[in-house]
Design a protein around this ligand. Structure first.
Ligand code: SAM
Length: 298
């Protein structure tokens, strides 16, 4: 893409691993006239890692974002380029930037994304929970009626929900979610993504161990079961019977999905997980025999 003057670039920066800064992000940061950042020392370290920059840095945080709009618009008026970065990840995602973006669009200038790291998407794709439809909740309100209302909404939500949390509050939030969603809801807690101590813990709300409350956390919560949908245990029981009766995984999934009114994809995913855990049990069995060939046929 050719350089475009008078543009506000929204530049994603690493959430832990410096190697995740894209070459395009590095090139744009090195050439723009003005860099809006949350913390000049932190962004300064990133820029010196890149080997320098020509533009000046100004602070754009939740307190100064409105005042920064004038500086940004003046720079764009001169036909120059501006970059917005946050301390980590994608600007404007649980970080400052939204109001600046609105103002730049309203003034008729170009806003261009420079995509890259984002903790929510990184956690979602590594969680193993359904990524096809999801809801990003960001940080929950810390207390009061608004927190209760959001928790109640999350409990009913059928799509996968992504929540940002601080190390001090992650255990409490898991506790509150357990109370409202029930102990059996599947959850994944992703900690320190892309860093040395990256940890992705899979479990259920009632039993998951969130560790010692250090580092940065993303909670990925499975969606609520559709109303009237049989629970996974009931579907597994049907699958066990159908496979025992000699049906292939594909035929069993089709037959059970039609009969119970659930999607074939959901039944098939459960069947594959069952087959995989059977294989694993055989694998670590006392005989040490090799696992039977996989039963998947799709
Ligand atoms: N704009 C950022 C993004 O694109 O992900 C998010 C900024 S928000 C102020 C910071 C929160 O993101 C943290 O409290 C944590 O919930 C999550 N986060 C950021 N980096 C993370 C990492 N390396 N591992 C896990 N969570 C992270």
């Amino acid at each position: 893409m050719s350089p475009t003057p008078a543009t506000l670039h929204l530049v994603a920066t690493p959430i832990g691993n410096l190697g995740d800064l894209t070459p395009r992000a590095a090139e744009i940061l090195s050439r723009v006239e003005l860099i809006c950042c949350e913390d000049t020392r932190r962004t300064g370290r990133l820029l010196s890692h890149l080997g320098g920059h020509r533009g000046s840095m100004v602070v754009c945080n939740e307190h100064t974002e409105m005042n920064r709009i004038t500086d940004v618009l003046k720079t764009l008026e001169r036909g120059d380029e501006v970059a917005l970065v946050s301390d980590a990840g994608t600007p404007a995602i649980s970080d400052p930037g939204y109001r600046l973006v609105r103002a730049v669009i309203a003034a008729g200038y170009r806003v261009s994304p420079v995509p890259g790291p984002n903790a929510a998407i990184a956690a979602l794709v590594a969680s193993g929970l359904a990524p096809d439809r999801f809801v990003f909740e960001g940080f929950l309100p810390r207390r009061g009626g608004e927190r209760q209302r959001r928790l109640a909404e999350i409990a009913r939500e059928e799509r996968t929900t992504i929540i940002y949390e601080s190390p001090q509050r992650v255990a409490r939030t898991i506790g509150d979610l357990t109370e409202i969603c029930g102990a059996d809801r599947a959850v994944v807690v992703a900690r320190e993504l892309t860093k040395l101590h990256e940890e992705i813990v899979h479990g259920h709300l009632g039993t998951i161990d969130v560790g010692e409350g250090r580092g940065e956390y993303v909670i990925v919560l499975d969606g609520a079961p559709e109303p009237g949908r049989p629970d996974d245990d009931a579907i597994r029981a049907e699958l066990t019977q159908a496979l025992h009766d000699g049906l292939s995984t594909r035929d069993a999934a089709r037959e059970i999905a039609g009969r119970l009114g659930v999607t074939r994809r959901d039944v098939y995913a459960l069947a594959v997980a069952m087959t995989a855990s059977d294989d694993q049990r055989r694998d670590i069995g006392p005989s040490g025999a090799a696992p039977a060939p996989g039963g998947g046929d799709e």
